[in-house]
Ligand binder design. Sequence first.
Ligand code: SF4
Ligand code: SF4
Length: 56
Amino acid sequence: MPYRITDECISCGACEAECPVSAITQGDDIYVIDAELCISCGACADVCPVDAPVEE
Ligand code: SF4
Ligand code: SF4
């Protein structure tokens, strides 16, 4: 299942550069994952300081 970024996101941007398929972009309030692109590798969750990315 694709990952989703929860409201815990503090928009630090660390995950964006780690995503191998560039599925993460900066949204209005928090970063967002394109579920169509996400390959569920978990790299974003590994670098996130607040554990905002969660697998659906
Ligand atoms: Fe990108 Fe992997 Fe996170 Fe999906 S789980 S958004 S592919 S880093
Ligand atoms: Fe948000 Fe975590 Fe990504 Fe930083 S690493 S932008 S806190 S989801």
